[in-house]
Design a protein around this ligand. Structure first.
Ligand SMILES: C[S@@+](CC[C@H](N)C(=O)[O-])C[C@H]1O[C@@H](n2cnc3c(N)ncnc32)[C@H](O)[C@@H]1O
Length: 278
């Protein structure tokens, strides 16, 4: 899959019309895409530089760019709700996903997070993604394969329940564990067993009861640092001269992120000190 350079056959291209509506096509020599504004010939796009404008037979202009990962995630078919890009960005940085990392993920859901993790670990890393539902795993596999053009070699998608996974199943511990599931606390023993000392554990939970529950389970396990919890609020701005202001609408809530690191075996987490009240 090319990320830049002139358009090639096989590229997934997003066409944006003059009303900012998007149409996605896969370029094939000799093919055409038909809209109510006329026909767009793929051959008019193949070979053109990215960021070109193509005209339909009825004179409508379309701006052409390759599909970015965010475009793919927000438009692909879903079995389960996906992690939104603003939270994925947090997971990649706060979860310290590095090239060559061995990462364990569950559930794979629709494969949105898997894609971002696969890109971040690169060809020398390893991503093992557990998914308990066969239909969701099928969505994840086809979405990931469609984005990369094939299933990446460093990806190991597995049908199964993470709460039944042990060290032998993974050929040893992993560097990072990321959970996106309704009851992540049911897998906390497995996270403790499967994560290297110093490894980062993150989980994504939409509701306050889930947040309270996972925080308590992490603390009770006594083999993690004091967990952190936060949410990310993203507000777009309209920047147009004197009318510059925040957008009226925003996705105010997606989920909370929880983060902790695995302690060395036998170490008791130091109790966080709080200032005495006067
Ligand atoms: C919200 S979806 C995950 C979405 C995914 N992160 C994405 O970005 O596309 C949660 C998934 O976790 C799966 N799941 C729940 N419990 C599980 C478990 N114990 N082991 C493996 N998968 C599990 C569910 O079947 C569901 O597909």
């Amino acid at each position: 899959m090319a990320y830049s350079g002139p358009f090639e056959a096989g590229d997934r291209v997003q066409l944006t019309d003059q009303k900012r509506r998007h149409h996605t096509i896969v370029l094939q020599p000799g093919e055409s895409y038909f809209t109510h504004k006329g026909e767009i010939r793929h051959d008019d796009i193949i070979g053109a530089p990215e960021g070109s404008v193509v005209e339909s037979t009825l004179g409508e202009e379309y701006l052409c760019f390759r599909h970015l990962m965010v475009d793919h995630v927000l438009s692909m078919p879903r079995g389960a709700a996906v992690i939104y890009p603003k939270d994925t960005a947090q997971i990649l940085v706060e979860g310290d996903i590095f090239p060559g990392a061995k990462v364990l993920e569950a559930g794979a859901g629709s494969g949105a997070l898997s894609m971002a993790l696969l890109r971040a670990i690169g060809s020398t890393g390893k991503l093992i993604s557990y998914e308990i539902r066969e239909d969701h795993l099928a969505f994840a596999r086809s979405n990931v394969a469609e984005y990369f053009g094939h299933e990446p070699e460093q990806w190991d998608p597995r049908l199964g329940d993470l709460s039944e996974v042990h060290l032998d199943d993974l050929d040893g511990p992993v560097d990072r564990i990321i959970l996106d599931m309704v009851e992540p606390w049911t897998c906390i023993d497995n996270v403790a067993e499967l994560l290297h000392p110093g490894g980062v554990f993150m989980t994504y939970v939409p509701t306050v009861p889930q947040l309270m529950n996972i925080m308590e389970h992490i603390r009770d396990k006594k083999c993690f640092t004091e967990p952190r919890a936060w949410e990310t609020l993203l507000r777009e701005w309209r920047v147009e001269g004197l009318a510059t202001r925040p957008e009226h609408r925003m996705n105010a809530h997606t989920a909370f992120l929880v983060w902790a690191r695995r302690l060395a075996d036998g170490v008791t987490p130091p109790r966080p000190k709080r200032r005495a009240r006067k």
